[in-house]
Design a binder for this molecule. Structure first.
Ligand code: BEZ
Length: 210
């Protein structure tokens, strides 16, 4: 069955470029970004993995583990890693799952047969420390993803988990946020003693909580 937001991310064991993992155990108390790419030794994927390696300190800062995946075997990932380092200037510093038997790809619905029946699409799953799926993205093979957007979503998920807020369109770190409709004005006064701007009774804007 298709994975949906709020589901527990399916657990699995897999071979990666950093050795075998059991997924849930490997995530531990961290957040996780699991992302697939169509194929090793392809141009867009090379730029994506180089960029993810460059951003690894940003993921670390947010307590997020990253793990890539394609249906290529581990020795192919390792050979390709040399090209990523050479052309992108950043060596792979996170594990990449070797899913030659498509076990994980099938579990997560990463192969979309009407797009391509053998290769994974560009899927992204953000998983929280309780192993719940919090975001899913699917991009076509031709389109490199924006990993700044993935970091932005992690920031807002971590923010909205901590405070009773949601983020408006195009929110960026430091921007105003919205008090969730489920919080009454009476309870909002306790949480936001500095007050808020009510554009409508349901649209209450406050500075981003610290
Ligand atoms: C790429 O990464 O460049 C790519 C992979 C599969 C199909 C098309 C492009």
């Amino acid at each position: 069955m298709a994975i949906r937001l709020g589901d527990i991310a399916p657990d699995f064991s897999a071979t990666t470029t950093q050795g075998p993992i059991r997924f849930h155990e490997w995530i531990g108390d961290s957040w996780c970004v699991l992302f697939s790419h169509p194929k090793d030794f392809t141009p867009v994927c090379t730029t994506e993995l180089g960029e993810t390696a460059r951003l690894k300190p940003e993921f670390d800062k947010r307590n997020v583990k990253i793990v890539g995946l394609s249906v290529d075997p581990a020795d192919s990932h390792s050979k390709w890693a040399e090209d990523i380092k050479e052309t992108q200037g950043h060596a792979l510093n996170f594990p990449v799952i070797a899913d030659a038997d498509r076990k994980v790809s099938d579990l997560y619905g990463m192969i979309h047969p009407n797009a391509n029946d053998t290769l994974t699409v560009r899927s992204v799953f953000i998983i929280d420390p309780k192993k719940k799926v919090r975001l899913m993205l699917t991009y076509p093979a031709s389109t490199g993803r924006n990993f700044d957007e993935i970091l932005r979503v992690i920031d807002l998920l971590q923010l909205t988990d901590k405070h009773s807020v949601a983020t408006p369109v195009n929110w960026k770190q430091g921007g105003d946020v919205i008090i969730v409709p489920s919080l009454s004005d009476e309870d909002a006064k306790k949480k936001f003693p500095g007050g808020w701007k009510a554009l409508k009774p349901y649209l209450r804007v406050v500075p981003q909580p610290k």
